[in-house]
Design a protein around this ligand. Structure first.
Ligand code: CA
Length: 503
């Protein structure tokens, strides 16, 4: 219901914009959306601290995200993933001190509820990071337990929440006379996930946020739940999914199992969680970059089958970069044509794509983590949020949102056309694929079928124009890094790195 309403609004807005005479000035040709009420969505990952400041203190906040929901929806995203929003001593928030509140820098629980309502009004789902492999070492559960374990008072109440040892084991750190499991960092003590008290706490946390309207969770660091025991970790993921759906039958769960092993990822999908990020498709050595850099239709075609098949009955979750990896523009060597084409190829995969904020304008990072999390460039560098601690570079190589929105050939508008195609043709995200014959190794022609819809997709991987005949159907959308796809007397003319979608 909400999605249909939103489609109507979007069409009205598009109509008004064209009436306002903006044609040729940022106008891109968009198709009418055909959204289905399921867990397939284009997701946009947001680091709240660096996204949008609403109150002038220079720090991004939840109200800032709310202000930008129209921007996000207009880009074609129907889901957002918020990196941790809870109180935490670190700037990134992956060490939580209170799971039932919002970081004071980010706002209040009321701001969160308002964000959820505003997102839902626009047909956008909101998922949040669920960081339950570990807490902060400053979490009261840990601080009271570590004092108790050292025989200095404290409380025994939460001792069972963590794993302790009198010996120095691998992955343990020391406090006083006692060692505690903490694989990531000494500031991140691992929770004892075998404890029924911990599980009941995690259930309460999920219930708390689902009751606020949260549509699902991104599970942080699932490989670490039971480090080195993937099946046991997958079983815990299964428990999370089963617990979440008790409170929202549609809860969407996507796990971070950071591995390139297809077998492992398939095992994790057996848990029944909706999605696990497709790391093999991401970063400089992943499927998407390899397909672009080798101009290879065959590489892309085989990867598209792997991406879909590893998910079994679940939803693939391909992406190019996130807050821990190189940004998409860096992965594609800062080359605007390659940055665009990489997103085009990602967008033709089945499943939910995940886009890290700022990748749609070609923001870049560096090897240094804080540099991957700098202020969103809405306009000029002067009006971004404060740099997170530890930033060594705030380089921006492409214009900000304001300029790119007005440039029909911008990276931003290319992303918009890709997302729109996915929203217009349900088969792109959900369909069964079949190869269509053609005799050019630089050109891939295939079709996707979902229900009674079949779309044909023809991709030119070459850095020069290609003419392809023999593909039946009517051109519905051309996605080009430059130029235009044309169809005449049964022949498609495909500019370099272009994608044609036929009905
Ligand atoms: Ca602020």
């Amino acid at each position: 219901m909400k999605k249909k309403f939103c489609t109507l609004i979007c069409c009205l807005v598009a109509g008004l914009l064209s009436l306002a005479g903006l044609a040729g000035c940022g106008k891109v040709s968009l198709l009418e959306e055909n959204l289905i009420d399921d867990n397939y969505d284009n997701y946009y990952e947001i680091f709240v601290r660096s996204f949008k400041d609403s109150d002038g203190d220079g720090v991004g906040d939840l109200n800032g995200v709310t202000e930008k929901l129209d921007y996000i929806r207009d880009l074609g995203y129907t889901g957002i993933w918020l990196m941790p929003i809870h109180p935490s001593p670190s700037y990134h928030g992956y060490d939580v001190t209170d799971y039932y509140n919002v970081h004071s820098d980010y706002g209040t629980l009321e701001d969160y509820e308002n964000l959820i309502q505003s997102a839902h009004d626009r047909g956008i789902k909101v998922i949040i990071d669920l960081v339950v492999n570990h807490t902060s070492s400053r979490h009261p559960w840990f601080t009271s337990s570590v004092v108790y374990k050292n025989g200095n008072g404290g409380s025994a109440e939460y001792v069972d929440y963590y794993n302790w040892s009198t010996k120095n084991l691998e992955g343990y750190n020391k406090n006083g006379n006692i060692y505690y499991e903490s694989h990531f960092d000494s500031n991140m003590p691992d929770l004892n996930l075998d404890s029924s008290k911990v599980r009941s706490e995690i259930e309460n946390i999920m219930k708390f946020w689902i009751n606020k309207g949260t549509d699902g969770f991104r599970l942080d660091g699932v490989l670490y739940y039971y480090k080195g025991q993937d099946l046991k970790s997958a079983d815990f993921c299964k428990w999370i999914k089963q617990t979440a759906v008790k409170y929202n039958p549609k809860a969407y769960i996507v796990g971070e199992a950071w591995t390139n092993s297809i077998d492992s990822l398939s095992d994790y999908y057996e848990s029944g969680c909706d999605s696990f990020f497709c790391f093999p498709a991401s970063q400089a050595s992943g499927y998407v970059a390899a397909s672009v850099n080798t101009n290879s239709a065959a590489t892309y075609w085989s990867s598209s089958k792997i991406v879909k098949d590893m998910a079994g009955n679940g939803i693939p979750a391909p992406f190019i970069g996130n807050h821990d990896t190189g940004r998409a523009a860096g992965v594609m060597q800062r080359n605007p044509d390659k940055i665009k084409f990489a997103y085009g190829l990602l967008s033709m995969y089945n499943g939910n794509t995940f886009t890290y904020y700022g990748d749609e304008i070609g923001m870049i990072g560096s090897q240094n983590d804080p540099d991957k999390r700098i202020g969103m460039l809405w306009d000029t560098k002067e009006n971004t949020t404060k740099a997170p601690p530890g930033v060594t570079s705030t380089e921006y190589i492409f214009p900000g949102v304001k300029k790119q929105l007005k440039d029909s050939n911008s990276i931003l508008n290319y992303y918009k056309v890709c997302n729109n195609a996915r929203n217009a043709f349900p088969a792109i995200m959900r369909g069964e694929s079949k190869l269509l014959a053609n005799d050019d190794p630089f050109v891939l022609a295939f079709q996707k079928t979902y229900g009674d819809e079949t779309v044909k997709i023809v991709i030119n991987f070459a850095e020069s124009e290609k003419k392809i005949g023999g593909i039946e159907g009517t051109l519905a959308q051309g996605i080009c890094v430059s130029g235009k796809v044309k169809q005449s007397s049964g022949t498609l003319t495909l500019p370099k790195y272009s994608i044609a979608i036929l009905k």
